[in-house]
Design a protein around this ligand. Structure first.
Ligand code: GH3
Ligand code: MG
Ligand code: MG
Length: 305
């Protein structure tokens, strides 16, 4: 979040084919870092190499017009979060409507008032901050700071769509702490919470940055291993298992030891790739987790007998 009083200059990108407009904006928006481009085509290279907090976008430009640029940015997974304010001489209700329809967050008509422009830039960034903060809260588990199951399913559904198109592989692991109730009963609920946080940290540390780990339920965690067959994800889980098994978790004056059980599934378990859905692949991992529990716990199972 942007905190007033802390020096954190926001980065604004101006896209306008008219040099005098770019020069004017660079000069009047002196409380921001302002960069400018003379055409929408150059934006992709710029975004790849620079952090941008807000885009001021002209509409009438040679080549691609501002509407097209806005449409592409606002539907791009990586950049859709960057707010766009149209800054244009194009007035009239239909033009403004088209601006909002193509992904604009606000629409300002030239010639503009400097104070009003700055006020609207500030307001858009403030709203975006609140939106981002709410979004983060809505997808995060507050105890462990991992993603929650809602976000996990969002990502898994996207992965499945992607897999149906490309046949890219992925695997799922569900972990459940063994006899966790005893931790709570013996050392107290806070000790239980602490152990959950420590396990969450270990999971985050051992998975690859592009995998998704979430808190699935009370003492259950779920991982989406991207582009990874189950024999590879099993190896990662095995390393986590070794680490957890050999760790002494210290809480107050107590030393707590843990193990977990785990079930794994992947695309090779699903016969017809076109029928795959999140419930089917999760159920397989869940059944294997149950089998691991039944076999005595502290086990990883990745196939059905
Ligand atoms: P099993 O080996 O069969 O998995 O046994 P278990 O004791 O781990 O499983 P069980 O489902 O019987 O108990 C899980 C316990 O996890 C019960 C619940 O109170 C506790 N739990 C769930 N969420 C939290 C939490 O956020 N914090 C703490 N401290 N405990 C939690
Ligand atoms: Mg358990
Ligand atoms: Mg459980």
């Amino acid at each position: 979040m942007h905190k007033k009083g802390i020096l954190m200059k926001r980065n604004i990108l101006v896209i306008d084919d008219e040099p005098t407009n770019r020069f004017l904006l660079e000069n009047i928006l002196c409380e921001y870092n302002v960069a400018s481009l003379d055409s929408g085509n150059k934006i992709w290279n710029f975004l790849e190499n620079n952090k941008v907090d807000l885009i001021l976008l002209d509409i009438m430009m040679p080549g691609e017009d501002g509407y097209h640029v806005a449409e592409k940015i606002s539907t791009n997974e990586m950049y859709k979060d960057i707010p766009i304010i149209f800054l244009t001489a194009k007035d009239g209700g239909l033009s403004i409507k088209k601006g909002f329809d193509s992904g604009g967050y606000d629409y300002i008509i030239k010639p503009f008032d400097q104070i009003a422009l700055k006020a609207r830039i500030e307001k858009v960034m403030e709203k975006k901050d609140i939106e981002r903060d709410l979004r983060k809260k809505s997808i995060t588990d507050p105890l462990t700071n991992l993603y929650n199951r809602r976000y996990f399913f969002e990502r898994l559904d996207k992965q499945i769509e992607h897999t149906k198109r490309t046949c890219d592989i992925f695997s799922i692991a569900i972990l459940d702490i063994d006899y966790f109730k005893i931790v709570n009963d013996m050392y107290g609920h806070l000790a239980g919470d602490y152990v959950l946080q420590e396990l969450a940290n270990t999971l985050t540390k051992y998975i690859r940055p592009y995998d998704i780990v979430a808190r699935y339920g009370g003492e259950e965690f779920i991982i989406l291993f991207v582009e990874c067959e189950k024999n590879e994800s099993r190896e990662i889980i095995q390393r986590i298992k070794n680490k957890i098994e050999t760790s002494d978790f210290q809480f107050e004056n107590n030393t707590i030891n843990l193990t977990f059980s785990c079930g794994i599934s992947d695309m090779s378990d699903i016969k017809d790739k076109n029928t795959i859905d999140s419930n089917a692949i999760i159920k397989l991992a869940d059944d294997r987790l149950l089998a691991a529990k039944k076999s005595g716990r502290n086990t990883i199972i990745d196939s059905s007998e």
